[in-house]
Design a protein around this ligand. Structure first.
Ligand SMILES: *Cc1c(COP(=O)(O)O)cnc(C)c1O
Length: 370
């Protein structure tokens, strides 16, 4: 092969680092000769409960129609979401995961002449979608690991077209309070679109964290994205959504793939939305597991970043990469976050009580060892 195809890729793409996902269980099993059932994965903020039986039944019921294209407009799911959220159906955009929404809004509105603002230590997809369209990524220093909305507003220039905010943020777990968000939104010019990524909003149980839906009527430049991947337990099936003014939704609808959400995903999401008990149990399990992780860390003299998500960024007080590797050998997969500018932290997803304990015990062993 003589052609250097990467050199043909657009400059933003050449400079991209691919997204690094949590290590799959099967991969670790292969590499270390472990049994898959002996491995604990707390690396991707997945719901440890497994899928709801109602969702599995809905997927099974949709199987006979696999030869048909799905409903490209997702009528039934949009209807149910609109009712639940108290918004109009034409304000909803469905996505192949909420990552799809983040990419659609960027492709629809951002070009090489634009700047996109996000925070240091924010979700890795923001720089990826920004660079993919050739725009300038503006990463603003964080404050106590969280978004500094004052500094982010100050970073707005004539060229700014989009701002990403994750609330709560991944991988830090930090959150923005209502008053902060309100002051910020009031400062952003209308020509700048604000994407409020609420992937973990269903886990939030305190009322200091704002609900993005409350601001849509006042701010037509706001897009709120949410997902079925986390608290609803459907990471594998890929479905999320955006809520915005109808004009922004219309623009997203023009650039999306005609069938971006598949038929099984539509059926699964609809069933998940109706399974209130599953969500309640997800929250209960998360609350208890978060406490267990915090208590376990405190007992080991470790500190962490307080989190409103379903994960905890733990400060090991030293380079985390070797500890991550040692945990792998113990059959425990967590997430190193050095690529987020956090070389001393490990991000651990709240799991089932026995999974959390496996992690805490393994962490204690490997920290003592070296
Ligand atoms: C997990 C996550 C998402 C959701 O990704 P999906 O594509 O919906 O699975 C979005 N934003 C943040 C901050 C996340 O952590």
């Amino acid at each position: 092969m003589s052609c250097d195809f990467l050199s043909l890729a657009r400059p933003g793409v050449q400079k991209l680092s691919p997204y690094v996902p949590g290590k799959p269980v099967e991969e670790l099993a292969r590499e270390f000769g472990l049994q898959a059932q002996d491995i604990v994965k707390l690396a991707s903020n997945e719901n440890p409960m497994g899928p709801s039986p109602a969702v599995k039944a809905a997927i099974a019921a949709a199987l006979p129609e696999l030869t048909r294209y799905p409903d490209g407009n997702g009528f039934a799911l949009k209807q149910a979401l609109a009712e639940r959220l108290g918004v109009a159906t034409d304000s909803i955009t469905l996505g192949n995961g909420s990552n799809d929404i983040l990419e659609l809004v960027t492709r629809a509105f951002v070009g090489p002449e634009h700047e996109v603002i996000f925070s240091d230590h924010a979700f890795a997809v923001y720089p990826i979608v920004t660079q993919a369209v050739g725009a300038k990524a503006v990463s603003v220093p964080a404050k106590n690991w969280g978004h500094d909305l004052v500094a982010m507003a100050a970073a707005i220039t004539e060229s700014t077209r989009l701002i990403f905010i994750a609330n709560p943020n991944n991988p830090t777990g930090t959150w923005i309070e209502r008053a902060e968000l309100e002051v910020f939104l009031a400062k952003v010019p209308e020509r700048v679109i604000v994407v409020l990524d609420e992937a973990y909003t269903e886990y939030v149980e305190t009322d200091d964290v704002p609900n993005g839906m409350d601001y849509l009527a006042q701010y037509p430049n706001l897009l709120v994205s949410r997902t079925f991947s986390k608290a609803y337990g459907l990471a594998a099936i890929r479905v999320g959504y955006g809520v915005s003014c109808a004009a922004i939704a219309d623009a997203l609808n023009r650039v999306r793939q005609p069938f971006n959400v598949n038929a099984l995903a539509l059926a699964a999401a609809l069933a998940a939305l109706q399974d209130e008990a599953y969500l309640i149990e997800s929250r209960r399990l998360n609350r208890a597991g978060m406490q267990q992780l915090e208590d376990g860390c405190a007992a080991q003299g470790l500190s962490w970043i307080p989190s409103r998500g379903n994960f905890l960024a733990i400060d090991l007080g030293r380079e985390a990469a070797p500890i991550f590797q040692a945990l792998l050998r113990e059959g425990v997969i967590v997430r190193p976050v050095a690529n987020y500018g956090m070389p001393n932290h490990l991000r651990v997803t709240v799991g089932l009580p026995e999974e959390n304990q496996r992690f805490l015990d393994a962490l204690k062993r490997v920290m003592l060892r070296g």
